[in-house]
Design a protein around this ligand. Structure first.
Ligand SMILES: Nc1nc2c(ncn2[C@@H]2O[C@H](COP(=O)(O)OP(=O)(O)OP(=O)(O)O)[C@@H](O)[C@H]2O)c(=O)[nH]1
Ligand SMILES: [Mg+2]
Length: 332
């Protein structure tokens, strides 16, 4: 348990009944991930299975695989890299049957995802501060609601900050989440300076002894220079008031946006020191390969994945669990 680890009970070993409940929960999470990845499974994985059945390993097979990977949004660079790895391993390990190669593909995918994988940072100091950034409609506010729910479940004292003062209705949207989940929201008027909201929120979190503060921000296109520098300003104010780095600065990326996600990552990284990615709407895309492109090409960990619109549809990203859910293999 994330929070209990830091601020909670001294003995962290839960009683047996609690362990059983935890295991059941985990199974439920895994099933949700499996169903959230159904579209990607139906197209990407089934295509891989189709070309890898009942044939010998040859150059044509590698070319077909490369095309399937690119179509699944794995990114050209990453697709070529993966296929090269497979060519190399097929040669070195004398693999001649295509079926055998599929297991190697899964291994290579897990390896590639693992290179940059890391979970949310462990809290070391109160308040644990998360700032959430991204383009319009990526799923920032929803992800904050889901995170707030999750931390609240773990008995953390959560505070939200309505830093999107730009879009009409954005403040109310966060307040609705706050009410649903039962956490407080620091908000100013629409049109107010988002840095001022952030300033108040940090000080409120300190004064109230909040365990965690999550800052919402307005959606912005990565190409709008003035909006990106506004984000840098909010970040500066938060860092100064906090007297240290933020614990997490998460870029929320909509899995259905395709290769533009890479450009979002690169440019947001220039404005604020991103610590990871929350990839939303994986349930809405057949092109879940974007996870590979992001993990491999941005030097940023995918930390969370969104697989639906419900409270519990936000999961920690674990490469081997992800591959197991996608390819129907046993968890490694
Ligand atoms: N299916 C699905 N829908 C999601 C997921 N995450 C977010 N959404 C939906 O995406 C839509 C946009 O979500 P918001 O949280 O408002 O996005 P935002 O980034 O805050 O948007 P702006 O504040 O306008 O920039 C909403 O309808 C959410 O329910 C997800 O993991 N799966
Ligand atoms: Mg929003």
């Amino acid at each position: 348990m994330f929070w209990k680890k830091m601020f909670g009970a001294k003995d962290n070993t839960p009683p047996v009944e609690e362990q059983i409940v935890e295991e059941q929960k985990e199974q439920g999470f895994f099933q949700k991930l499996v169903s959230g990845l159904e579209k990607t499974k139906q197209s990407f994985v089934h295509q891989v299975e189709r070309i890898m059945t009942g044939r010998k390993v040859d150059e044509e097979l590698f070319e077909e695989l490369e095309e399937i990977l690119i179509q699944a949004d794995c990114g050209v660079h990453t697709s070529l890299f993966l296929v090269d790895q497979l060519r190399e391993r097929a040669r070195a390990e004398k693999i001649t049957e295509a079926e055998e190669l599929q297991a190697v593909l899964v291994e290579e995918i897990v390896d590639l995802l693992q290179k940059n994988a890391s979970p949310l940072r462990t809290p070391t100091e109160k308040p644990y501060v998360i700032m959430v950034v991204g383009v319009n409609g990526a799923g920032k506010t929803t992800t904050i609601g889901k995170l707030a729910y999750r931390f609240k479940q773990e008995n953390a004292k959560v505070l939200l900050a309505a830093g999107d003062t730009f879009r009409a209705g954005a403040i109310e949207q966060l307040q609705v989440w706050g009410n649903r989940v039962g956490v407080e929201v620091i908000a100013h008027q629409e049109g107010a300076d988002p840095a001022a909201v952030a300033y108040d929120a940090i000080n409120a979190a300190k004064a109230r002894g909040s365990d965690v503060l999550i800052l919402d921000t307005a959606g912005r296109l990565q190409t709008k220079v003035n909006l990106m520098s506004e984000l840098s300003k909010v970040h500066r104010v938060v860092t100064r008031e906090l007297g240290r780095d933020l614990d997490e600065i998460l870029l929320v990326v909509d899995a259905t946006t395709g290769q533009n996600a890479l450009s979002q990552g690169k440019i947001f990284k220039e404005a604020v020191p991103l610590t990871g990615i929350a990839l939303t709407k994986l349930d809405g895309t057949a092109k879940g390969g974007i996870v590979l492109a992001l993990a491999n090409e941005l030097d940023l960990a995918v930390k969370l994945v969104g697989v639906g619109e419900q409270y519990e549809d936000l999961q920690d990203f674990d490469p081997s669990v992800f591959a197991a859910a996608l390819f129907g293999t046993a968890k490694q």
